[in-house]
Write a protein that binds this ligand. Structure first.
Ligand code: NOJ
Length: 550
């Protein structure tokens, strides 16, 4: 039976719960806060919410270190609050997507506690290895967050593998019992009524047999042997056939270092095991491998990323579209301009919202939040940032070392959503929020933007509403123009007689506006623009225009 792929008509909003809205006044965001804001999320035109993890967790990696997969953290309001949010969302016709994090657990998960004591059946739930004969680590792999990927455990007398933080031991997915656990987790949430899963680093779950040294990767050593590992498709197929196919749900896979061609092995609509993919190329136009290796922003690199995915998935698979999430600094501070905060935030919205795929909007993106720049490392909360600060660039000055974090840290985009110009940006009634509020909250906040018809927030609403009306966005074909330009990004979406042209300037100067051949601009209707006085042949700094022919 042909699936009703309803997610193709939707726009999702990502909630990173710690910083969204504090409902109970303890300084940390929670589900009560989300419940209060369901109408707000809906008012953006969003049809669903993806929740970054809300399970019980010691919080070593912002909740991506899960201690119990079948419960909701008490600090977020527990299961009762979750059910209220789920019901409230469904009543409003909105979907709920959970984060499925099964490459690793928390070291405080019961499975790990039993595994380290060799209590059956948990003994082989994780990837344990003795030291090498020469006393060295089991292999040369790196973790992403805290040095090498191996941690010695005194209880068990062996090393365990952790591709992320020390407190995030990797599960042994080759063990059929672990895969049964994953299926149980999936069924548990689906039976409760959730509508889909965002699958965390899912391409890492199968490690190459023998865990050989990696002599290829220049950094993040090991990736050669676990990204798209030997059994990944087999395991994903098992989850699909045994569970996912029996529910009306969808999946979106997070996949670092994946090309569109490789992605098709996972998300081809005929043969894939998953529905969409979160690729990283679109957020790598100003860095190499990860935000921690910054480079100058290259518009051509960004355009190539978006275009490649549009062209190569056409007719075969469905794109997910995003420019921000909890793992990357704020997009205005990266691809846009803080000096043109309002203009560039709107331009970046138009830049991706009219492409083919399912868009995701990350909390705060819709008001154009910018990077946080704390004056001391003590203020950071993210494990990756803290490790990097203390272990890299030690020969640089304090200021240079902090600047590096401002540019690269995930916390740059994890400060509380700026709801108003009240104390703590209206995020919490507590004296002190769990992480500092960005000091620009008096200028950039939801309340002020609600009242301003010309705000970034209202631009998002307009753009999303337009997107939903245009058949050519959902059903059309993408074409890019002037790809060599380092100032303009221009593309069209065409479906039979309906066509749009999206024009975006990435320049802080006035720029010439050439029109592509075959576009009769006299017949075009300008349906969206971020300036009140658009000109015919020139673009203002960071101007965007969307033209329609019908
Ligand atoms: C990807 C998540 O998005 C990120 O926040 C997390 O730290 C890692 N996976 C590990 O779970």
């Amino acid at each position: 039976m042909e699936r009703n792929r309803w997610y193709k008509d939707m726009v999702f909003y990502q909630v990173w719960p710690r910083s969204f809205k504090d409902g109970d006044g303890d300084g940390m965001g929670d589900l009560l806060g989300v419940y209060e804001k369901l109408d707000y999320i809906k008012s953006l035109g969003c049809d669903g919410i993806w929740f970054s993890p809300i399970y019980p967790s010691p919080g070593a990696d912002g909740g991506y270190d899960i201690a119990d997969y079948m419960d909701i953290a008490p600090e977020f309001g527990g299961m009762e609050a979750f059910k209220k949010v789920l019901e409230g969302a469904h009543q409003r016709g909105m979907k709920i997507v959970m984060d499925l994090v099964v490459n690793h657990t928390s070291d405080e998960h019961e499975w790990f506690q039993k595994s380290r004591q060799r209590i059956e059946p948990y003994t082989d739930y994780y990837i344990w290895r003795p030291a090498r004969e020469d006393g060295k680590l089991p292999n040369n792999w790196d973790s992403f967050f805290e040095g090498k990927a191996w941690q010695w455990d005194d209880v068990r007398g062996e090393y365990y593998l952790h591709l992320f933080a020390v407190k995030q031991p990797d599960l042994n997915m080759d063990n059929p019992l672990v895969r049964e656990e994953v299926k149980k987790i999936l069924r548990f949430w689906l039976d409760m009524g959730v509508d889909g899963f965002r699958e965390d680093v899912i391409t890492y779950i199968s490690k190459k047999e023998g865990l050989p040294d990696d002599h290829i990767m220049p950094a993040s050593k090991g990736m050669t042997h676990y990204n798209h590992g030997p059994h990944v498709h087999e395991y994903l197929q098992e989850f699909k056939e045994e569970v996912l196919d029996h529910y009306d749900c969808f999946t979106i896979a997070e996949a670092p270092l994946v090309s569109p061609k490789k992605a098709l092995e996972y998300i081809d609509e005929e043969q894939g095991q998953l529905d969409m993919m979160i690729q990283f190329q679109c957020v790598s136009a100003d860095c190499f491998l990860s935000d921690y290796y910054p480079m100058k922003f290259s518009l051509r690199r960004m355009k190539k990323a978006f275009s490649d995915w549009q062209y190569k998935l056409e007719n075969k698979a469905w794109n997910s579209l995003y420019i921000e999430n909890h793992d990357h600094p704020r997009i205005v501070s990266r691809y846009g301009s803080e000096a043109f905060q309002k203009e560039s935030a709107k331009m970046l919205a138009a830049m991706y919202l009219f492409q083919k795929g399912t868009p995701f909007v990350y909390q705060g993106q819709e008001i154009g939040m910018t990077n946080w720049r704390p004056d001391s490392i003590e203020k950071y909360r993210d494990v990756q940032t803290i490790w990097n600060y203390h272990n890299t660039a030690l020969n640089k000055t304090e200021e240079q070392r902090l600047q590096r974090q401002w540019r690269s840290a995930r916390d740059s985009a994890r400060t509380p959503v700026q709801w108003s110009d009240e104390k703590n940006a209206g995020f919490t009634t507590a004296e002190t929020p769990w992480i500092e509020v960005n000091e620009n909250y008096t200028q950039i906040n939801v309340a002020q933007q609600e009242a301003d018809p010309d705000s970034v927030l209202n631009f998002y609403r307009k753009a999303i509403a337009l997107r939903k009306k245009l058949r050519c966005v959902r059903h059309g074909v993408y074409q890019e123009y002037f790809h060599a330009s380092d100032k303009l990004y221009m593309y069209s979406m065409t479906e039979e007689s309906q066509k749009i042209l999206v024009v975006c300037s990435f320049s802080d100067q006035e720029t010439k506006f050439p029109t592509p051949k075959d576009f009769d601009m006299d017949k075009a209707q300008l349906i969206l623009c971020n300036y009140p006085d658009p000109k015919k042949n020139t673009l203002h700094p960071y101007e965007c225009k969307v033209y329609l022919w019908k």
